[in-house]
Design a protein. Structure first.
Length: 247
């Protein structure tokens, strides 16, 4: 029993170290922009495969990445690999964001098991021209909420800017659509309550529409609090959210 308790203690300590290391992989500094407020947060059970990042291109552009790999220790390691690939090559996005994603995808294919893949939403925001370009690699479609209340889904399924999930294939053509920026919200709405009912997009958009001028950090906290209140005391899955609002 004493040996078992010592093993459990070491495992718990290793998990705590892993949690701390992973927490440092998320953005620690948000480069200021003139026309965009933005923030993000990841609330994890222990360690997992949720990922978000902000990449400063040092020319008035900001790139945002949101990704997901199946939950667990292995997912956390694979997501760290994907982040390292993106951060080591993201300056390519200055000239060719298409080439950036293809290059990162090729590295991910080469360095991960055949049955592993990651969904990824990648966006480039031009601060001077108020323009958003994005590619959706099999991820939950973020929402673009415009000032007049119209909502657009930045879909993963059809049209330009759609790419297979990272790690499935080494080559795929990709084009970048160009859109004027409104309010951009990335979300995952699967958090169920005790009755098995999901939080859903309608509840998310009710919160967002009710607080159109709330600072993004306060809005993010409000959404996560509502999701946790809806799903009950126990968190069933990782919660990751990025919010950006054009000014």
């Amino acid at each position: 029993m004493a040996e078992r308790m010592e093993v459990d203690r070491r495992v718990a300590r290793d998990m705590e170290i892993a949690r701390e290391v992973q927490s440092r992989l998320f953005p620690q500094f948000l480069p200021p922009l003139q026309t965009l407020q933005y923030t993000g947060r990841a609330s994890r059970l222990v360690v997992g495969g949720d990922y978000y990042d902000f990449l400063d291109l040092a020319r008035g552009d900001l790139d945002c990445a949101c990704g997901h790999i199946r939950q667990g220790i292995a997912a956390a390691l694979l997501m760290a690999n994907l982040q390292a690939n993106l951060r080591s090559r993201y300056m390519v996005a200055l000239e060719d964001p298409h080439q950036l994603l293809q290059s990162v995808n090729q590295l991910f294919v080469a360095n991960t098991p055949e049955d592993s893949y990651a969904t990824l939403f990648y966006a480039d925001y031009d601060d001077a021209n108020h323009c958003l370009r994005y590619a959706n690699c099999g991820h939950n479609p973020p929402l673009l909420l415009r000032a007049n209340g119209d909502i657009e889904s930045l879909s993963r399924r059809n049209g330009p800017g759609t790419l297979h999930a990272m790690g499935l294939r080494s080559e795929e053509s990709l084009s970048w659509p160009r859109r004027c920026a409104g309010d951009l919200h990335r979300w995952s709405t699967e958090a169920p309550n005790e009755a098995g009912e999901e939080f859903g997009e309608s509840r998310l958009m009710k919160i967002v529409r009710a607080h159109p001028r709330l600072p993004v950090k306060e809005l993010l906290s409000m959404i996560l609090d509502e999701v946790q209140r809806f799903s009950g005391a126990s968190q069933a899955d990782d919660l990751t959210l990025v919010i950006a609002r054009a000014q």
